[in-house]
Design a protein around this ligand. Structure first.
Ligand SMILES: Cc1cc2nc3c(=O)[nH]c(=O)nc-3n(C[C@H](O)[C@H](O)[C@H](O)COP(=O)(O)OP(=O)(O)OC[C@H]3O[C@@H](n4cnc5c(N)ncnc54)[C@H](O)[C@@H]3O)c2cc1C
Length: 489
C-alpha cells in the first residue's frame, strides 16, 4: 500500500465496488473494507434490483410514481428521476460484466413483482441477487491495476486537511495514515444500532459518524425502515429475511389464530409497502396480545419454491421449518436506513472532497420509506456519479498537494469497558421500533448522550469495538435527537 492515493473508497459493498470500477485507469484508488470483502449488506440482498428495462409494459413514469407513493412524497424528485432513468444502463453494465441475472427462455431478464411496485420490474439471481453482484464485482475489481484492495482494514477516523484527507486505518493492530484528495464513503447502514436487524455485522454507521465529526450535513437518520417479515428466531441479533418476493409470489400473512389480517389495515394487503405491513403487524400484535405471526406459501408447488427461493428454503430448513409444508414464523426487524450523509446528485457531501454513496448516504430517493429493491439501484447510480465527478475534478484541477499531515495519537490506551453497545441497542429498540414511543424519547436521549460523553472522554485503546461503539453511539444520539425534536415523525 502507498502513502497517497487520488481517492480512498471506504467500503466494498455494491456502492464501493461499482465506484472502483467506474474510475478510468489513470485514477489511483485505494479500496478498503473493515472485514472480508464479501461481508456487507449488499451480499445479503435477496430480492433483486428494481429497474425499467421494458418500456412497453412499464415506464420510467410508473417507477417514479411507485417510488414517490412508497416514500410518501417526501422524496427528492430530481434524485428519483436520476435513479430511474440512469439505473437501467448501470444494471445492463453489471450484466455485461457477468452478473448472472435469471433469464427467460428468450434470453431477456426475468422480472418479478415486489411490494409497492405496479409492474414486474425486479431483476434477480434466484433469491441471492446481492451475493451474485458482489462476487462478480469483486472479481472484476481485482483485475484493475489502478485499484489497490485492502481488506480487514478498519478506518477508525478521518482527518480533513487543506486539499483532502488523511484516512486513519487499523490493520493488523497497526495504525496507517493514508493521504488522498478525495474520499468516497460507501460504509453501508446502521442496523447494529438495534437489537434485532437483518443487517450484516459491519452495519454500525461508521461513515455517518466520521462525516458527522467532519461537520458534514446528516439528514433524516430517524427514517428507518423496519422489514415486516424477518424470520422470528429466538435470540439471534442478525435475523435473516423472508424477502418481499415471497409475498410477491403469493405468500399470505397470518396472525396467531391462523387468520389473514393485512387487508384489515390496507387495501393492498400483504403487498402494501413495508412500513404499512410492519405497522399492521404491530397493531395486530396489540389486538391479539401475541407476537406470533406467520407467512404461508405452502399452496405453491414444492419444486417451484425450492427453485425460486433456494436460499430461503435452506435457511428455514436449518431452523427446522420446511417452507413447502410449514408456516414460516416472522416478525418485523430493523432493515434499512433511508436517511444518511446528505449528498447532491453527484454524491458530494457538504464537506469539500468528501463523497458518500449507497446506504450511508441520503440522496433523497427514498423519501420517508424505501420502495423494495431501489437501494441496490441507488448504490450503483450514485457511486458511478461520484466516480464521474471526482474524475472530472482531477482532470480539470490536477493533483493537489494535500497539506500538512496532522499529528496522530497512538492506538494505545486503556481497554473500553464492556456493555456500551448493548445498552444503546436496548435504548433504541425500546423507544423507536416500528411504532415510536414518544414518552421514552427524552430519557433515552439523555442516556445515549451520557454514553457518548463517556466514550469520548477517555483515551481508550483504539480497537474495532471502540470505533463501532462510538459510531453507534453517535448514530443513536442523532436519531433520538431527531425524534425528540419531532423531526420526521
Ligand atoms: C437482508 C437484506 C436484504 C436486502 N435485499 C435487498 C434487495 O433485494 N434489493 C435491494 O435493492 N436492496 C436490498 N437490501 C438493501 C441493500 O442490500 C443495501 O442497502 C445495499 O446493498 C447497501 O450497499 P452499500 O454498498 O451502501 O453498503 P454495504 O453493502 O453494507 O457495504 C458496506 C461496506 O463498508 C465497509 N465498512 C463499513 N465501515 C467501515 C470502516 N470503518 N472501515 C472500513 N470499511 C468499512 C464494510 O466492510 C462493507 O464492505 C437488503 C439488505 C439486507 C440487509
Amino acid at each position: 500500500m502507498d502513502k497517497k492515493y487520488d481517492v480512498v473508497i471506504v467500503g466494498t459493498g455494491a456502492a464501493g465496488l461499482y465506484a472502483a470500477l467506474s474510475f478510468p485507469n489513470s485514477v489511483k484508488v485505494l479500496l478498503v473494507s473493515k472485514r472480508e470483502l464479501e461481508l456487507s449488506n449488499s451480499s445479503l440482498a435477496q430480492g433483486g434490483v428494481a429497474c425499467v428495462l421494458d418500456t412497453i409494459h412499464d415506464s420510467y413514469k410508473l417507477h417514479i410514481t411507485d417510488t414517490l407513493i412508497a416514500g410518501k412524497y417526501k422524496n427528492n424528485l430530481s434524485a428519483v428521476e436520476k435513479l430511474v432513468s440512469e439505473g437501467p444502463s448501470d444494471v445492463l453494465k453489471i450484466k455485461d460484466l457477468g452478473v448472472d441475472f435469471d433469464l427467460n427462455e428468450d434470453g431477456t431478464m426475468c422480472k418479478t413483482l415486489e411490494a409497492g411496485h405496479s409492474r414486474n420490474r425486479i431483476v434477480h439471481h434466484k433469491d441471492s441477487t446481492g451475493k451474485a453482484i458482489v462476487d462478480r464485482l469483486i472479481a472484476e475489481v481485482s483485475k484493475l491495476n489502478n485499484v489497490t484492495i485492502c481488506d480487514n482494514a478498519l478506518v477508525y477516523s478521518i482527518d480533513k486537511v487543506l486539499n483532502g484527507f488523511y484516512i486513519n486505518i487499523l490493520k493488523n493492530k497497526e495504525a496507517l495514515h493514508i493521504g488522498c484528495n478525495y474520499c468516497l464513503l460507501a460504509t453501508g447502514g446502521i442496523g447494529r444500532v438495534y437489537k434485532y436487524t437483518t443487517n450484516s455485522a459491519i452495519a454500525t454507521g461508521d461513515g455517518i459518524a466520521f462525516s458527522y465529526m467532519l461537520g458534514a450535513k446528516i439528514s433524516h437518520l430517524s427514517r428507518i425502515q423496519f422489514h415486516p417479515t424477518a424470520f422470528a428466531a429466538d435470540q439471534d441479533r442478525e435475523r435473516f429475511l423472508i424477502s418481499e418476493a415471497v409475498r410477491g409470489e403469493g405468500a399470505v400473512l397470518l396472525n396467531c389464530k391462523g387468520e389473514r389480517f393485512a387487508f384489515d389495515y390496507d387495501k393492498r394487503g400483504e403487498l402494501a409497502p413495508r412500513d404499512v405491513v410492519s405497522n399492521a403487524i404491530m397493531l395486530e400484535s396489540i389486538k391479539t396480545n401475541s407476537e406470533k405471526f406467520y407467512l404461508d406459501i405452502t399452496h405453491k408447488p414444492a419444486d417451484f419454491l425450492k427453485n425460486r427461493f433456494p436460499m430461503i428454503y435452506e435457511r428455514c430448513l436449518e431452523e427446522g421449518v420446511d417452507i413447502t409444508k410449514d408456516k414460516i414464523p416472522v416478525f418485523p426487524c430493523q432493515h434499512y436506513l433511508m436517511g444518511g450523509i446528505n449528498v447532491d446528485l453527484d454524491a458530494r457531501t457538504s464537506v469539500d472532497g468528501l463523497y458518500a454513496a449507497g446506504e450511508c448516504s441520503h440522496t433523497g430517493v427514498h423519501g420517508a420509506n424505501r420502495l423494495a429493491s431501489n437501494s441496490l439501484l441507488e448504490a450503483l447510480v450514485f457511486s458511478r456519479a461520484a466516480a464521474a465527478d471526482i474524475t472530472r475534478r482531477i482532470k480539470k484541477y490536477g493533483r493537489k498537494t494535500l497539506g500538512n499531515e496532522p499529528a496522530h495519537r497512538g492506538i494505545e490506551g486503556k481497554p473500553m469497558p464492556q456493555g456500551y453497545r448493548s445498552k444503546i441497542r436496548e435504548l433504541l429498540q425500546d423507544a423507536y421500533f416500528v411504532i415510536p414511543k414518544p414518552e421514552k424519547f427524552e430519557q433515552s436521549y439523555k442516556q445515549a448522550e451520557q454514553i457518548l460523553t463517556e466514550l469520548f472522554s477517555d483515551n481508550f485503546e483504539i480497537t474495532s469495538d471502540l470505533v463501532e461503539a462510538k459510531s453507534i453511539a453517535i448514530v443513536a444520539n442523532i436519531i433520538l435527537d431527531e425524534v425528540r425534536e419531532g423531526i420526521n415523525l
